[in-house]
Design a protein around this ligand. Structure first.
Ligand code: PLP
Length: 391
């Protein structure tokens, strides 16, 4: 007989897109408005101000209809000329994908290599910058939170490496899975281009992305020669809304307005604290399961644990995708999979966005149940270990 369809609500624990609060869903269900109408401009500029508060910047923001990849491309195409050098800090699948995009765009990419479980050694970055005597490196690119491995790269350390070397390179930070979840301070940390998207910490549907852009980056943009049109910041600046060369996705702005209201109501620092609390509980469960040769934390560098996603490495001989299939088909629990070379080797628990204790405990209990029915070795009691960190 066919396997019965699981009942109950889909329990969504991917690291993005993330769960959308009902009030945001309702806000996006807005009738069509003219994006040139003054009543929409009010919503738009209030959203811009709110986004600046979340990015912690007083500088420029440009927005795009498109997922995070669009903002990645906007960042590169607006800053570089053909053959200029981008130094990428390797962190995992997303640092490598951004680097591949840069290569395809005609940028020369250098990489500071890193073990994906520990992250880059800042001394290696410093050495690379010190060796670049004629300042050929135009920008350093970092994925603040590497979603594929569950690792956070401390941006103040990257800033310190640049300053320590007296290197003028721009600092580009992918904040796609950190913004609105982990501490991020664009201006204080001297980030020149911050890349963000709608579908993670901002709890919105996928489809809108943006870049925070420093004055220094705007100067670099003025002389950049890579081809661009839809993403061209100078074209955007001539538009009444200073972004979007085409139709503005107005319903996403009504959603963003509600998202920013929710973040303001909770307080950004409380949002971060909640992510830290739920991440700690998640890691306690995984660390407990790892007994009896069970699954373990993929990230082995405690100073860099991500508070928005935990990647869980399966024991040798156990396929992570087969395990995820059990979680989904039997229990209606959706987990993230391994990306690139990590496919089948790990699964990922997203703990970012609209999330509370019952949701994370439900996820952890169901992961433990799925380990049990899948015959994966683990030490029972992970949920108790998570509970011990809470309350
Ligand atoms: N960078 C990071 C850190 C991500 O997590 C993702 C997507 O998960 C991307 C970039 C790509 O963004 P998108 O899938 O929205 O194009």
């Amino acid at each position: 007989a066919a396997t019965p369809k699981p009942r109950g609500r889909l329990f969504f624990a991917n690291p993005g897109p993330t769960n959308i609060p009902d009030s945001i869903l309702l806000a996006t269900a807005h009738h069509t408005v003219d994006f040139n109408d003054p009543s929409f401009s009010e919503v738009y500029w209030a959203c811009m101000d709110g986004l600046k508060r979340v990015l912690k910047t007083r500088q420029e923001i440009f927005l795009y209809t498109g997922s995070g990849h669009a903002a990645w491309e906007a960042c590169l195409a607006n800053l570089f000329s053909p053959g200029e050098v981008l130094l990428v800090l390797e962190s995992g699948h997303f640092s490598q994908s951004w680097a591949r995009m840069a290569t395809d765009l005609g940028i020369e990419v250098r990489t500071v290599p890193a073990d994906w479980r520990r992250g880059v050694d800042m001394a290696a970055l410093q050495a690379e910058l010190a060796a670049d005597k004629d300042h050929r490196i135009k920008a350093v690119g970092v994925v603040h939170n590497e979603t594929s491995t569950g690792m956070m790269i401390p941006l103040p350390e990257v800033r310190a490496a640049l300053d320590g070397a007296g290197h003028p390179a721009l600092l580009l930070a992918d904040t796609i899975s950190s913004l609105g979840s982990l501490d991020f301070r664009m201006d204080e940390w001297g980030v020149d281009c911050a890349v963000g998207g709608s579908q993670k910490g901002l709890m919105l549907p996928t489809g809108m992305s943006f870049t925070g852009v420093s004055h220094k980056a705007l100067q670099a943009h003025a002389t950049s020669k890579l081809p661009k049109h839809y993403f061209h910041w100078s074209h955007m600046m001539k538009r009444p809304l200073k972004s979007f060369l085409g139709t503005v996705p107005t319903s996403l702005f009504f959603g963003l307005q509600e998202s920013l209201r929710l973040i303001d109501e909770e307080g950004l620092e409380n949002v971060f604290a909640r992510h830290t609390r739920l991440a700690r509980a998640t890691r306690a469960a995984v660390q407990h399961w790892s007994g009896n040769n069970g699954p373990q934390l993929f990230c082995t560098n405690p100073g860099r644990f991500s508070d928005s996603v935990t990647a869980v490495l399966m024991p040798e001989g156990h396929d992570a995708d087969a395990f995820r299939k059990v979680a989904m088909q039997r229990f209606n629990l959706s987990l993230g999979g391994g990306l690139g070379p990590l496919g089948g080797k790990l699964f990922r628990i997203g703990h970012l966005g609209d999330l509370n204790e019952p949701m994370i405990l439900g996820t952890l209990a169901t992961v433990e149940l799925a380990l049990k029915v899948s015959g994966v070795p683990y030490q029972p009691g992970g949920v108790d270990a998570a509970l011990a960190t809470l309350g």
